[in-house]
Design a protein around this ligand. Structure first.
Ligand code: HEM
Length: 456
Protein backbone atom coordinates (compact mmCIF):
# COMPACT_ATOMS: atom_id res chain seq x y z
CA UNK A 1 0.00 0.00 0.00
CA UNK A 2 1.20 3.54 -0.73
CA UNK A 3 1.28 6.52 1.51
CA UNK A 4 0.72 10.09 0.36
CA UNK A 5 1.89 13.33 1.85
CA UNK A 6 0.48 16.71 0.92
CA UNK A 7 2.85 19.18 -0.62
CA UNK A 8 2.49 22.94 -0.56
CA UNK A 9 2.21 22.95 -4.33
CA UNK A 10 -0.62 20.49 -4.16
CA UNK A 11 1.50 17.65 -5.52
CA UNK A 12 1.16 14.31 -3.82
CA UNK A 13 4.32 12.62 -2.74
CA UNK A 14 4.05 8.90 -2.38
CA UNK A 15 6.09 6.21 -0.74
CA UNK A 16 5.32 2.77 0.64
CA UNK A 17 3.53 2.77 3.97
CA UNK A 18 5.46 -0.22 5.30
CA UNK A 19 4.56 -2.18 8.40
CA UNK A 20 2.49 -0.77 11.27
CA UNK A 21 4.79 0.99 13.77
CA UNK A 22 8.02 -0.25 12.12
CA UNK A 23 7.29 1.35 8.74
CA UNK A 24 10.06 0.48 6.26
CA UNK A 25 12.50 -0.66 8.93
CA UNK A 26 13.35 -4.03 7.33
CA UNK A 27 14.00 -2.86 3.74
CA UNK A 28 16.13 -0.06 5.18
CA UNK A 29 18.08 -2.48 7.30
CA UNK A 30 18.59 -5.12 4.62
CA UNK A 31 19.56 -2.99 1.59
CA UNK A 32 18.83 0.74 1.77
CA UNK A 33 20.32 1.56 -1.62
CA UNK A 34 18.17 -1.06 -3.35
CA UNK A 35 15.21 0.53 -1.59
CA UNK A 36 16.28 3.99 -2.77
CA UNK A 37 16.58 2.77 -6.37
CA UNK A 38 13.17 1.14 -6.21
CA UNK A 39 11.56 4.25 -4.74
CA UNK A 40 13.11 6.57 -7.32
CA UNK A 41 11.96 4.27 -10.13
CA UNK A 42 8.44 4.27 -8.81
CA UNK A 43 7.95 7.69 -7.21
CA UNK A 44 10.49 9.96 -8.95
CA UNK A 45 13.04 12.38 -7.54
CA UNK A 46 11.70 12.76 -4.01
CA UNK A 47 10.14 9.97 -2.03
CA UNK A 48 9.34 9.56 1.61
CA UNK A 49 9.23 6.58 3.93
CA UNK A 50 9.06 6.20 7.67
CA UNK A 51 11.11 4.08 10.02
CA UNK A 52 9.26 4.05 13.32
CA UNK A 53 8.27 7.71 13.58
CA UNK A 54 11.24 9.09 11.71
CA UNK A 55 10.50 10.43 8.21
CA UNK A 56 13.21 9.63 5.67
CA UNK A 57 13.33 11.28 2.26
CA UNK A 58 15.39 10.05 -0.69
CA UNK A 59 16.53 12.82 -3.03
CA UNK A 60 18.21 12.31 -6.37
CA UNK A 61 17.57 15.44 -8.42
CA UNK A 62 20.86 17.38 -8.86
CA UNK A 63 18.92 20.62 -8.34
CA UNK A 64 17.85 19.48 -4.85
CA UNK A 65 21.29 17.98 -4.19
CA UNK A 66 22.99 21.29 -4.90
CA UNK A 67 20.54 23.15 -2.70
CA UNK A 68 21.03 20.75 0.21
CA UNK A 69 24.82 20.36 0.03
CA UNK A 70 26.01 23.67 -1.40
CA UNK A 71 23.45 26.45 -1.10
CA UNK A 72 21.76 25.93 2.26
CA UNK A 73 23.93 23.97 4.70
CA UNK A 74 22.20 25.68 7.66
CA UNK A 75 18.79 24.42 6.56
CA UNK A 76 20.15 20.92 5.97
CA UNK A 77 22.76 20.12 8.62
CA UNK A 78 24.42 16.78 9.14
CA UNK A 79 22.37 14.70 11.59
CA UNK A 80 23.72 13.74 14.99
CA UNK A 81 25.79 10.60 14.66
CA UNK A 82 26.82 9.36 18.05
CA UNK A 83 29.11 6.36 18.33
CA UNK A 84 32.28 5.53 20.23
CA UNK A 85 34.34 4.87 17.11
CA UNK A 86 33.94 8.25 15.41
CA UNK A 87 33.70 10.27 18.63
CA UNK A 88 33.50 13.93 17.58
CA UNK A 89 35.83 13.76 14.57
CA UNK A 90 35.44 15.62 11.32
CA UNK A 91 33.13 13.22 9.52
CA UNK A 92 30.46 13.46 12.23
CA UNK A 93 31.04 16.74 14.12
CA UNK A 94 28.75 19.71 13.67
CA UNK A 95 28.51 23.44 14.32
CA UNK A 96 31.44 25.40 15.76
CA UNK A 97 33.48 22.33 16.65
CA UNK A 98 33.29 21.07 13.06
CA UNK A 99 34.30 24.52 11.74
CA UNK A 100 37.31 24.72 14.05
CA UNK A 101 38.48 21.20 13.22
CA UNK A 102 37.91 21.56 9.48
CA UNK A 103 40.21 24.62 9.40
CA UNK A 104 42.91 22.59 11.12
CA UNK A 105 42.56 19.31 9.18
CA UNK A 106 41.80 20.44 5.64
CA UNK A 107 45.23 22.06 4.96
CA UNK A 108 46.91 18.76 5.86
CA UNK A 109 45.47 17.25 2.66
CA UNK A 110 46.45 20.01 0.26
CA UNK A 111 48.40 18.95 -2.81
CA UNK A 112 51.84 19.79 -1.41
CA UNK A 113 51.22 17.60 1.66
CA UNK A 114 50.00 14.69 -0.45
CA UNK A 115 53.15 15.08 -2.54
CA UNK A 116 55.28 14.96 0.64
CA UNK A 117 53.75 11.61 1.53
CA UNK A 118 53.86 10.21 -1.99
CA UNK A 119 57.17 8.38 -1.41
CA UNK A 120 55.48 6.21 1.24
CA UNK A 121 52.66 5.48 -1.16
CA UNK A 122 54.99 4.50 -4.01
CA UNK A 123 56.97 2.16 -1.72
CA UNK A 124 53.88 0.41 -0.39
CA UNK A 125 52.39 0.16 -3.87
CA UNK A 126 55.58 -1.44 -5.26
CA UNK A 127 55.48 -4.02 -2.42
CA UNK A 128 51.85 -4.88 -3.15
CA UNK A 129 52.40 -5.20 -6.90
CA UNK A 130 55.31 -7.56 -6.20
CA UNK A 131 53.19 -9.59 -3.78
CA UNK A 132 50.32 -9.89 -6.29
CA UNK A 133 52.82 -10.92 -8.95
CA UNK A 134 54.25 -13.65 -6.70
CA UNK A 135 50.76 -14.90 -5.83
CA UNK A 136 49.99 -15.08 -9.55
CA UNK A 137 53.18 -17.04 -10.21
CA UNK A 138 51.96 -19.60 -7.66
CA UNK A 139 48.57 -19.69 -9.39
CA UNK A 140 46.83 -18.05 -6.41
CA UNK A 141 43.89 -15.70 -6.64
CA UNK A 142 42.85 -13.05 -4.10
CA UNK A 143 40.07 -10.63 -3.27
CA UNK A 144 40.95 -7.26 -4.77
CA UNK A 145 38.95 -5.36 -2.20
CA UNK A 146 40.71 -6.91 0.82
CA UNK A 147 44.14 -6.50 -0.78
CA UNK A 148 43.36 -2.89 -1.78
CA UNK A 149 42.19 -2.13 1.76
CA UNK A 150 45.35 -3.68 3.22
CA UNK A 151 47.54 -1.61 0.89
CA UNK A 152 45.74 1.62 1.69
CA UNK A 153 45.64 0.88 5.42
CA UNK A 154 49.43 0.38 5.40
CA UNK A 155 49.85 3.65 3.56
CA UNK A 156 47.64 5.54 6.01
CA UNK A 157 49.32 4.00 9.05
CA UNK A 158 52.81 4.87 7.83
CA UNK A 159 51.65 8.35 6.79
CA UNK A 160 50.26 8.88 10.25
CA UNK A 161 52.84 7.16 12.47
CA UNK A 162 55.85 6.47 10.24
CA UNK A 163 56.11 2.83 11.37
CA UNK A 164 54.75 -0.28 9.62
CA UNK A 165 51.42 -1.44 11.07
CA UNK A 166 50.99 -4.80 12.73
CA UNK A 167 48.43 -7.04 11.05
CA UNK A 168 46.29 -6.99 14.22
CA UNK A 169 45.78 -3.25 13.79
CA UNK A 170 44.30 -3.76 10.35
CA UNK A 171 42.04 -6.60 11.50
CA UNK A 172 40.70 -4.68 14.51
CA UNK A 173 40.04 -1.46 12.64
CA UNK A 174 38.41 -3.34 9.75
CA UNK A 175 36.23 -5.18 12.24
CA UNK A 176 35.08 -2.01 13.99
CA UNK A 177 34.43 -0.25 10.68
CA UNK A 178 32.64 -3.31 9.39
CA UNK A 179 30.21 -3.46 12.29
CA UNK A 180 29.56 0.28 12.24
CA UNK A 181 29.48 0.32 8.48
CA UNK A 182 27.04 -2.52 8.18
CA UNK A 183 24.73 -1.75 11.02
CA UNK A 184 25.28 1.74 12.24
CA UNK A 185 26.73 4.27 9.87
CA UNK A 186 25.22 5.98 7.98
CA UNK A 187 21.89 4.91 9.44
CA UNK A 188 23.13 5.42 12.95
CA UNK A 189 20.53 7.98 13.79
CA UNK A 190 17.82 5.52 13.03
CA UNK A 191 19.25 2.22 14.07
CA UNK A 192 22.11 2.62 16.52
CA UNK A 193 20.30 5.10 18.73
CA UNK A 194 17.15 3.02 18.75
CA UNK A 195 18.49 -0.41 19.61
CA UNK A 196 22.13 -0.25 20.51
CA UNK A 197 22.30 -3.24 22.82
CA UNK A 198 20.38 -5.79 20.78
CA UNK A 199 23.24 -6.79 18.55
CA UNK A 200 25.76 -9.21 20.09
CA UNK A 201 28.55 -7.57 18.10
CA UNK A 202 28.02 -4.42 20.13
CA UNK A 203 30.41 -5.52 22.88
CA UNK A 204 32.97 -6.62 20.32
CA UNK A 205 33.01 -3.11 18.90
CA UNK A 206 33.58 -1.60 22.33
CA UNK A 207 36.50 -3.97 22.90
CA UNK A 208 37.96 -3.03 19.49
CA UNK A 209 37.50 0.68 20.15
CA UNK A 210 39.28 0.35 23.52
CA UNK A 211 42.23 -1.40 21.88
CA UNK A 212 42.39 1.09 19.00
CA UNK A 213 42.28 3.98 21.47
CA UNK A 214 45.14 2.40 23.41
CA UNK A 215 47.36 2.22 20.29
CA UNK A 216 46.56 5.76 19.26
CA UNK A 217 46.86 7.43 22.68
CA UNK A 218 50.20 5.70 23.21
CA UNK A 219 51.53 7.21 19.98
CA UNK A 220 50.10 10.66 20.74
CA UNK A 221 51.79 10.54 24.15
CA UNK A 222 55.15 9.55 22.66
CA UNK A 223 54.91 12.25 20.03
CA UNK A 224 54.17 14.93 22.63
CA UNK A 225 57.05 13.61 24.74
CA UNK A 226 59.51 13.92 21.84
CA UNK A 227 58.59 17.49 20.98
CA UNK A 228 58.99 18.96 17.51
CA UNK A 229 61.63 17.34 15.29
CA UNK A 230 62.95 18.63 11.98
CA UNK A 231 61.80 16.65 8.96
CA UNK A 232 58.90 15.02 10.81
CA UNK A 233 56.15 14.94 8.20
CA UNK A 234 53.86 12.43 9.87
CA UNK A 235 50.16 13.17 9.85
CA UNK A 236 50.20 12.66 13.63
CA UNK A 237 52.74 15.48 14.08
CA UNK A 238 50.79 17.75 11.79
CA UNK A 239 47.61 17.14 13.79
CA UNK A 240 49.40 17.70 17.10
CA UNK A 241 50.88 20.95 15.85
CA UNK A 242 47.83 22.31 14.01
CA UNK A 243 46.49 25.57 15.47
CA UNK A 244 42.90 26.78 15.47
CA UNK A 245 42.49 29.82 13.25
CA UNK A 246 40.78 32.10 15.79
CA UNK A 247 42.17 31.07 19.16
CA UNK A 248 45.55 29.69 18.09
CA UNK A 249 44.89 26.70 20.39
CA UNK A 250 46.00 23.18 19.49
CA UNK A 251 43.93 20.00 19.80
CA UNK A 252 43.88 18.01 23.02
CA UNK A 253 44.61 14.26 22.97
CA UNK A 254 40.96 13.27 22.57
CA UNK A 255 40.54 15.61 19.61
CA UNK A 256 43.69 14.28 17.93
CA UNK A 257 42.45 10.72 18.54
CA UNK A 258 39.04 11.51 17.06
CA UNK A 259 40.54 13.02 13.92
CA UNK A 260 42.92 10.10 13.40
CA UNK A 261 40.14 7.54 13.75
CA UNK A 262 37.86 9.52 11.44
CA UNK A 263 40.58 9.88 8.84
CA UNK A 264 41.21 6.15 8.93
CA UNK A 265 37.49 5.37 8.84
CA UNK A 266 36.93 7.74 5.90
CA UNK A 267 39.91 6.88 3.78
CA UNK A 268 41.43 3.48 3.16
CA UNK A 269 38.25 1.49 2.55
CA UNK A 270 36.91 4.22 0.26
CA UNK A 271 40.02 4.21 -1.90
CA UNK A 272 40.12 0.39 -1.90
CA UNK A 273 36.52 0.35 -3.10
CA UNK A 274 37.19 2.75 -5.94
CA UNK A 275 40.25 0.75 -6.96
CA UNK A 276 38.36 -2.54 -6.84
CA UNK A 277 35.63 -1.35 -9.21
CA UNK A 278 38.19 0.31 -11.49
CA UNK A 279 40.23 -2.90 -11.80
CA UNK A 280 37.06 -4.86 -12.48
CA UNK A 281 35.96 -2.41 -15.20
CA UNK A 282 39.35 -2.80 -16.91
CA UNK A 283 39.01 -6.59 -16.93
CA UNK A 284 35.68 -6.16 -18.73
CA UNK A 285 36.93 -3.55 -21.22
CA UNK A 286 40.21 -4.65 -22.83
CA UNK A 287 40.27 -1.50 -24.96
CA UNK A 288 40.32 0.60 -21.78
CA UNK A 289 43.17 -1.49 -20.36
CA UNK A 290 45.12 -1.02 -23.59
CA UNK A 291 44.52 2.74 -23.62
CA UNK A 292 45.78 3.01 -20.03
CA UNK A 293 48.86 0.91 -20.83
CA UNK A 294 49.65 3.09 -23.85
CA UNK A 295 49.26 6.24 -21.77
CA UNK A 296 51.45 4.97 -18.94
CA UNK A 297 54.13 3.83 -21.39
CA UNK A 298 54.10 7.25 -23.08
CA UNK A 299 54.48 9.04 -19.75
CA UNK A 300 56.93 6.86 -17.82
CA UNK A 301 58.67 4.95 -20.60
CA UNK A 302 58.38 1.72 -18.63
CA UNK A 303 59.37 3.04 -15.17
CA UNK A 304 56.81 2.63 -12.36
CA UNK A 305 54.41 5.61 -12.32
CA UNK A 306 55.05 8.20 -9.58
CA UNK A 307 53.00 10.98 -8.00
CA UNK A 308 54.27 13.51 -10.57
CA UNK A 309 53.12 11.29 -13.45
CA UNK A 310 49.49 11.15 -12.40
CA UNK A 311 48.59 14.61 -13.70
CA UNK A 312 50.10 13.65 -17.06
CA UNK A 313 47.70 10.72 -17.49
CA UNK A 314 44.33 12.31 -18.33
CA UNK A 315 42.79 9.14 -19.73
CA UNK A 316 43.52 7.07 -16.61
CA UNK A 317 42.13 9.93 -14.52
CA UNK A 318 38.93 9.84 -16.58
CA UNK A 319 38.59 6.10 -16.01
CA UNK A 320 38.69 6.68 -12.25
CA UNK A 321 36.24 9.59 -12.46
CA UNK A 322 33.84 7.41 -14.45
CA UNK A 323 34.14 4.52 -12.02
CA UNK A 324 33.40 6.91 -9.15
CA UNK A 325 30.26 7.88 -11.07
CA UNK A 326 29.04 4.36 -11.77
CA UNK A 327 30.14 2.75 -8.50
CA UNK A 328 30.44 5.63 -6.02
CA UNK A 329 32.22 4.24 -2.92
CA UNK A 330 30.31 6.56 -0.55
CA UNK A 331 26.87 5.24 -1.32
CA UNK A 332 24.96 7.86 0.65
CA UNK A 333 25.35 11.34 2.05
CA UNK A 334 23.17 12.09 5.07
CA UNK A 335 21.55 15.35 6.07
CA UNK A 336 18.42 16.35 8.00
CA UNK A 337 15.94 19.18 7.88
CA UNK A 338 16.50 21.80 10.61
CA UNK A 339 12.91 23.02 10.24
CA UNK A 340 9.88 22.29 8.12
CA UNK A 341 11.00 22.97 4.56
CA UNK A 342 9.95 22.41 0.99
CA UNK A 343 12.24 20.32 -1.20
CA UNK A 344 11.47 19.39 -4.79
CA UNK A 345 7.94 20.76 -4.34
CA UNK A 346 7.26 18.72 -1.23
CA UNK A 347 6.91 19.94 2.34
CA UNK A 348 9.16 17.89 4.61
CA UNK A 349 8.70 18.05 8.38
CA UNK A 350 11.49 19.16 10.72
CA UNK A 351 13.83 16.29 11.52
CA UNK A 352 13.33 14.47 8.20
CA UNK A 353 16.42 12.41 7.45
CA UNK A 354 17.63 13.08 3.91
CA UNK A 355 19.46 10.35 2.02
CA UNK A 356 21.30 11.54 -1.06
CA UNK A 357 22.62 8.47 -2.86
CA UNK A 358 25.31 9.28 -5.44
CA UNK A 359 24.51 5.95 -7.15
CA UNK A 360 21.03 7.26 -8.03
CA UNK A 361 22.11 10.88 -8.56
CA UNK A 362 24.80 9.76 -11.02
CA UNK A 363 22.15 8.00 -13.08
CA UNK A 364 19.59 10.80 -13.18
CA UNK A 365 18.01 10.52 -16.65
CA UNK A 366 17.91 14.30 -17.23
CA UNK A 367 21.62 14.69 -16.52
CA UNK A 368 23.32 11.50 -17.67
CA UNK A 369 22.80 10.00 -21.13
CA UNK A 370 23.10 6.19 -21.30
CA UNK A 371 23.86 6.32 -17.61
CA UNK A 372 24.62 2.60 -17.28
CA UNK A 373 27.29 2.69 -20.00
CA UNK A 374 30.91 2.82 -18.82
CA UNK A 375 32.33 5.71 -20.82
CA UNK A 376 35.42 7.46 -19.40
CA UNK A 377 35.20 10.10 -22.13
CA UNK A 378 32.18 11.63 -20.42
CA UNK A 379 34.84 13.38 -18.39
CA UNK A 380 36.61 14.98 -21.33
CA UNK A 381 36.82 18.70 -20.45
CA UNK A 382 34.71 19.73 -23.44
CA UNK A 383 31.93 17.35 -22.37
CA UNK A 384 31.95 18.64 -18.81
CA UNK A 385 30.90 22.17 -19.64
CA UNK A 386 27.37 22.73 -18.43
CA UNK A 387 27.36 19.79 -16.02
CA UNK A 388 25.11 20.66 -13.09
CA UNK A 389 26.98 21.14 -9.79
CA UNK A 390 24.75 18.63 -8.06
CA UNK A 391 24.98 15.95 -10.76
CA UNK A 392 28.37 14.42 -9.85
CA UNK A 393 29.05 14.16 -6.12
CA UNK A 394 31.23 11.10 -5.35
CA UNK A 395 33.13 13.25 -2.82
CA UNK A 396 30.12 15.26 -1.68
CA UNK A 397 29.92 19.00 -2.35
CA UNK A 398 29.85 22.34 -0.57
CA UNK A 399 31.49 23.11 2.76
CA UNK A 400 31.70 19.45 3.83
CA UNK A 401 33.24 18.15 0.64
CA UNK A 402 35.76 15.35 1.20
CA UNK A 403 39.13 16.58 2.45
CA UNK A 404 40.84 13.54 0.92
CA UNK A 405 39.59 13.98 -2.65
CA UNK A 406 42.97 14.81 -4.20
CA UNK A 407 44.77 12.09 -2.27
CA UNK A 408 42.15 9.52 -3.31
CA UNK A 409 42.25 10.34 -7.00
CA UNK A 410 46.04 10.36 -7.12
CA UNK A 411 46.38 7.08 -5.22
CA UNK A 412 43.73 5.30 -7.27
CA UNK A 413 45.11 6.49 -10.62
CA UNK A 414 48.69 5.64 -9.66
CA UNK A 415 47.70 2.15 -8.47
CA UNK A 416 45.60 1.40 -11.53
CA UNK A 417 48.43 2.58 -13.78
CA UNK A 418 51.05 0.48 -11.94
CA UNK A 419 48.90 -2.66 -11.88
CA UNK A 420 48.02 -2.56 -15.57
CA UNK A 421 51.57 -1.61 -16.54
CA UNK A 422 53.07 -4.65 -14.81
CA UNK A 423 50.33 -7.24 -14.55
CA UNK A 424 47.67 -9.05 -16.53
CA UNK A 425 44.47 -9.20 -14.51
CA UNK A 426 41.88 -11.92 -14.73
CA UNK A 427 38.49 -11.55 -13.02
CA UNK A 428 37.33 -14.87 -11.59
CA UNK A 429 33.89 -14.04 -10.19
CA UNK A 430 30.37 -14.01 -11.55
CA UNK A 431 28.97 -11.46 -13.97
CA UNK A 432 27.20 -9.17 -13.30
CA UNK A 433 28.84 -8.47 -9.97
CA UNK A 434 26.34 -8.33 -7.13
CA UNK A 435 26.84 -5.35 -4.83
CA UNK A 436 25.88 -4.43 -1.30
CA UNK A 437 26.16 -1.39 0.92
CA UNK A 438 28.40 -1.55 3.97
CA UNK A 439 30.32 1.54 4.96
CA UNK A 440 31.09 1.67 1.23
CA UNK A 441 29.45 0.31 -1.89
CA UNK A 442 31.19 -3.05 -2.26
CA UNK A 443 30.94 -6.26 -4.28
CA UNK A 444 28.77 -8.62 -2.27
CA UNK A 445 30.99 -11.67 -2.70
CA UNK A 446 34.32 -9.87 -2.98
CA UNK A 447 36.22 -9.30 -6.22
CA UNK A 448 38.23 -12.47 -6.93
CA UNK A 449 41.12 -11.82 -9.31
CA UNK A 450 44.36 -13.42 -10.42
CA UNK A 451 47.26 -11.26 -11.52
CA UNK A 452 50.26 -12.45 -13.50
CA UNK A 453 53.42 -10.65 -14.57
CA UNK A 454 53.05 -9.30 -18.10
CA UNK A 455 55.25 -10.96 -20.66
CA UNK A 456 57.59 -8.96 -22.86
C1 HEM B 1 37.47 7.26 -3.12
C2 HEM B 1 37.73 7.76 -1.93
C3 HEM B 1 36.80 8.63 -1.14
C4 HEM B 1 35.47 8.91 -1.33
C5 HEM B 1 34.55 8.38 -2.43
C6 HEM B 1 35.07 9.83 -0.29
C7 HEM B 1 33.79 10.35 -0.17
C8 HEM B 1 33.44 11.32 0.75
C9 HEM B 1 32.16 11.98 0.80
C10 HEM B 1 30.98 11.73 -0.13
C11 HEM B 1 32.20 12.88 1.81
C12 HEM B 1 31.11 13.88 2.19
C13 HEM B 1 30.20 13.36 3.27
C14 HEM B 1 29.13 14.37 3.64
O1 HEM B 1 28.98 15.41 3.02
O2 HEM B 1 28.40 14.08 4.59
C15 HEM B 1 33.49 12.76 2.44
C16 HEM B 1 33.88 13.44 3.55
C17 HEM B 1 35.08 13.25 4.18
N1 HEM B 1 36.14 12.52 3.72
FE1 HEM B 1 36.20 11.39 2.06
N2 HEM B 1 36.14 10.08 0.52
C18 HEM B 1 37.22 9.39 0.03
C19 HEM B 1 38.50 9.38 0.54
C20 HEM B 1 38.91 10.07 1.65
C21 HEM B 1 40.26 10.12 2.14
C22 HEM B 1 41.48 9.47 1.47
C23 HEM B 1 40.24 10.87 3.27
C24 HEM B 1 41.35 11.26 4.20
C25 HEM B 1 42.55 10.77 4.22
C26 HEM B 1 38.87 11.30 3.49
C27 HEM B 1 38.43 12.07 4.53
C28 HEM B 1 37.17 12.62 4.62
C29 HEM B 1 36.75 13.46 5.74
C30 HEM B 1 37.57 13.81 6.96
C31 HEM B 1 35.44 13.86 5.46
C32 HEM B 1 34.54 14.72 6.31
C33 HEM B 1 34.65 16.16 5.86
C34 HEM B 1 33.71 17.08 6.62
O3 HEM B 1 32.61 16.69 6.97
O4 HEM B 1 34.13 18.23 6.83
N3 HEM B 1 38.10 10.80 2.47
N4 HEM B 1 34.24 11.83 1.77
Amino acid sequence: MDTSVSSSSGRRLAGPRGLPVLGSFFPMLSEPLALANKLHARYGDVSLIRVYKTPIAFLRNPVDVKRVLIDEPQTFPKPLIDNPFNGNGLTVSRGDHWKRQRHMVQPLFHKEKVRLWSGIFSEELAKSVERWKEMGARGESFDMYTEGARLMFGVMWRTCFEEQPEIAYFDRIMDAIDVFGRRVSPLSVLLYNLMPRMDPRHERVYTSVKLINGWIYERIGKRRGRGTEDGDITLLSMLVEAKARDSGESMNDKEVRDEIVNLFGASFEMIATSLTWAIHACTQHPEVTQAIRDEVQGVTGGAPPRYEDVAKMPYTNRVVQEINRLCPPAWTILRETASEVEVGGVMLPKGTQLLLCPYAIHRHPDHWKDAETFDPDRFLPERLTGMHKGAYVPFGAGSRICVGQHMSLVDTVQTLAAVLQQLDVEYLGKTPVEWQTRLTFVPKHGMPVRMRARQG
